[in-house]
Design a protein around this ligand. Sequence first.
Ligand SMILES: NC(=O)c1ccc[n+]([C@@H]2O[C@H](COP(=O)([O-])OP(=O)(O)OC[C@H]3O[C@@H](n4cnc5c(N)ncnc54)[C@H](O)[C@@H]3O)[C@@H](O)[C@H]2O)c1
Length: 295
Amino acid sequence: MKNIAVIGAGTMGNGIAHVFAQNNFKVNLIDISEETLTKGIATITKNLDRLLAKDRITEDVKNKTLQNITTFTSILEGIKNTDLVIEAATENVDLKLKIFKQIDSEAPKDAILATNTSSISITKIAAVTNRPEKVIGMHFMNPVPIMKLVEIIRGYSTSDEVTANIMDLSKKLGKVPVEVNDYPGFVANRILMPMINEAIETLYNGVAGVYEIDTVLKLGMAHPMGPLQLADFIGLDVCLFILNVMYDGFKNPKYAPCPLLINMVQAGKLGVKSGEGFYDYSKHKKAEKVASQFV
Ligand SMILES: NC(=O)c1ccc[n+]([C@@H]2O[C@H](COP(=O)([O-])OP(=O)(O)OC[C@H]3O[C@@H](n4cnc5c(N)ncnc54)[C@H](O)[C@@H]3O)[C@@H](O)[C@H]2O)c1
C-alpha cells in the first residue's frame, strides 16, 4: 500500500493524514470544507514544528511529510488510485452510509475501505457496499500522532486477509493494533463509557464531588486524568451518543446514560469545547490549551 485517502480533515482526519505522511505514504486529504483543509494542514505543520523543536524529526522529514499530503474537496477526485480509503468524517450514520456507497462505487476495486468511527457498526457500514469483506474499522485514538493504539474492528464479513493487511499497516505507522470484533462500543468505548457514566452517577447520587471522584481515579488507580475530566475532554454529547448506541445495541439497562449527563448535554454544557462541563474552562483563552495539558 502506498496511496491513502483520508475523508474528513477534522480532529482525527488531520492526525491520521499526518501519521501516514510522516511514514512515507502519499495521502489525499479530503474534506467538504476548504477552511477545514487549511486548518488541518496548519495543525499538521504546527505538530511537525513541535516535533522538530524537540529534535524528534529533521527539517527534511517535516518538509517531506507536508509534500506527501494533497488536499481535495471532492471525494471522487481524492479517492482515485488509492489502495486504502480511511473515512474520518462527522459521526453520523446516514452520512457514513452515503460516503461508503459513493466510495464503494468510485474507489479502485481492490481498495480497502476503513472507517474511524467510534460507535457505528462496521457490519452496517459494510452492508451498503459490494465489498463487505474489504471494509474494516481502524479506530485511531485522539491525538493520533501521540496515541499508540489502533483498535482494528472486524465487521461480520471482513476477511482474514484484509484484517492481516491492516494490522501490518498499523505496525508500519509505529502503532500497536489490537484486533476486536464488531459489537456496540467495540472494546475501548464499551469499557470506558460505563466507567465515565458510573462516575457521573456517583456525582449525581451525591456520593462525592467532581474533584474527589477524579482524584480517587487519578491517584488511586494511576489514571492520567479523572473520568469526569476525560468526559469533558471527549465531549459530553459524544459520551451520551456512544452510551445510547450501546444501550440500544445491547438492550441492557446497565448502559443507560445517567440523567445528569442527559441534562448537561441539553443545557449545552458539553465540556472543553463549550467552555464548561464538569469543570469551568471559560477562564482559559483557548479550550484547546486546556485540553493539551491533559495529553
Ligand atoms: N474526536 C475524537 O476524539 C475521536 C476519537 C476516535 C474516533 N473518532 C471518530 O472519528 C470521526 C471523525 O471525528 P472528528 O472528531 O475528527 O470530527 P470533526 O468534526 O473534527 O471532523 C469531521 C470532518 O468531516 C468533514 N465532513 C463531513 N461530511 C463530509 C463529507 N461528506 N465529505 C468529506 N468530509 C466531510 C467535516 O467537514 C469535518 O471537518 C468520527 O467518526 C468520530 O466518531 C473521534
